[in-house]
Design a protein around this ligand. Sequence first.
Ligand code: FES
Length: 123
Amino acid sequence: MNEEAIETQESTQQPSSSPSSESATLEDNQFRVLDVPRDRGLLVADVVTVFSVDGKLCATGARCTHMGGPLQEGTLDGHVLTCPWHGAQFDVRTGEVLRGPATRPLDVYPVLVTGEIGELDAG
Ligand code: FES
């Protein structure tokens, strides 16, 4: 068997017991773990933003508690998220405000990871 035949054969194989991540249909509250950027957030279902901190996933509300800035466009440095609109900072692990002008913490949500798929419980 030549290499081209082997590649074709491998690329058409599908796992029999679980759907591949490419073909699996995600629910509204699910996302692919590999889609979460290292320095920003991933917006999921338009209401939650997921961040990766030291290999652990954290989920917060999608909008800043100051004036609703889009947190997936903020910058993440370690666990500190800076809002893109007025620079408020939050700890994405707890939602705590670290710097104003925001005064109210972010809501935080549990993230369940099964293989390559993350799932939110946003209540
Ligand atoms: S909207 Fe986030 S700091 Fe103002």
